[in-house]
Design a protein around this ligand. Sequence first.
Ligand SMILES: [Zn+2]
Length: 594
Amino acid sequence: MSVHQDIRYTITPADPAAHLFEVTLEADAPETGMQFVLPAWIPGSYMVREFARNVVWLKAEIDGEPVAIEKRDKHTWVVGRVPGGAKTVRLQYAVYAWDLSVRCAHLDQSHGFFNGTQVFLRVVGREALPHRVRIDAPAGVRDWTVATTLPEASGRGGAKRRGFGWYVAADYDALIDHPVEMGRLTWASFDVRGVTHDFAINGRHDCDLERLTADLAKACEAQCALFGDEPPPFARYLFMLTVVGEGYGGLEHRDSTALLASRNDLPFVGMKETTEAYRGFLGLCSHEYFHAWNVKRIKPAAFAPYDLQQENYTRLLWLFEGFTSYYDDLALVRAGLITRDEYLGMLAKTISAVQRGAGRTLQSVAESSFDAWIKYYRQDENAPNAIVSYYAKGSLVALALDLALRAKSGGAKSLDDLMRLLWSRYGDGSGVPESALPALMREATCIDVSRLLRQATEGCEDLPLAKLLRPLGVSLSWEADGDLPSIGAKLSNEGESIKLAQVFAGGPAHAAGLSAGDLLVALDGLRVKAGGLDARLARMQPGAAVSVHAFRRDELFETRLQLAAPSPTKAKLVEDTRVAKSVASLREAWIGRR
Ligand SMILES: [Zn+2]
């Protein structure tokens, strides 16, 4: 028997009012210079966040005797000289948990949530050992349950399903890929291909759980069907949702997802229709579920394995986030949860969103993927002018390729074939090489779309969507974006004032020398206040030059701005009604029957 058997943690919601988890870590046979490291980022959210900043205090002992422990860098603690024959090193530390997002940790009197990346120090060199963790209830609390896909430990002290107690992960990588929610949770369950799917809700809500689980079962089934006849690649799956007044977020994990949504997004008992908000929520669930295949198992080579201490560069996020964004809503229409018209409406919104940003002409989705760490995840007021979203444009890349494959093969091939090849070849987590896509695409479909693929992912020209949609009997047209003359800026209210939040490159505000942050004071010599600008613009004509007064750094200045016609960036997708049978069947194979 090896002396290095496992790593053992306990985690306790020690002071919910101060938002502090207390954690202990025990490792056997300690060595001089042993290192303990907290990740700098969490997989799925591509930004260095330096989670170690939330460690409030930390101390160490060896065989019951306090020992010195030093920080080597911002993430790393090192124990000094360890006496020969020492049996166990024990760290004890507190983690501040007051970030209510799916990527962090949060604790108060009503619930606790954590990702392992926030709370579990990694013992360098021992990542491959089993990692056991005992999850404790807060003192005096008896009615909380635990939502996690961490496997329950067997034997004495082992947790029961949804209970406190011991859990065990195969290795460190697994330990941090099963987030944990605890509190007075609402539970619901459904089956997909014989696999239990749980849904746990934290927070007050009036959700129609029967409707929700029935709908989700259909969406999940559609995602499974894409990959073949097999059951999904996990023993069980868990959606854990925190509901709030306003909020949105999701983070994918191998067997679960953490979600944040508004309680108003959920269906209520008696709700007949599928509201836009609920469609969005189903799309979010569908998105994270698809990630269980695409990015958690099929992953870029750069993530195999993850380096959790620094940026992991890949030019392929358009494949992992963009394709996932394409298949999230597509699964809903394939499952009959939304109509074809609703689906085309959602698609048109994405096309419009991409078209509105001048950044699309400067940055490819491959570049956007590579620089996600410093650009997409750290957007400032200039983002629309400089960045293209590998989510939104990436989903249009998927659409373009799917349409091209369907049209060129008369419906025999589609992007689904590529996903199935990726799944069979890389589903083991070995990692897709950066430049493998053109060859994989040819192999999966026997069709050469490499020029389109290269242009769409490495280039900055607009995708030829109108041309690609036509053979499937769908027309793309462009309409004016609104009916007011445009000043070429995104506005926000700051108290009674109107602030320019973003100034669009090449637009009227840009030409007039206005900048993000400027406070708009008057138009044509008359004061404008928050909420009052549209009424003024409605009385003006595109092309008219108006005087603008604005404040920058509290200094008043005047400029002239020439109003523009609203830009034709609103996409509209319409199904052609009278089409040949062959076209109708291509369309049906893509987005289902009417
Ligand atoms: Zn995603």
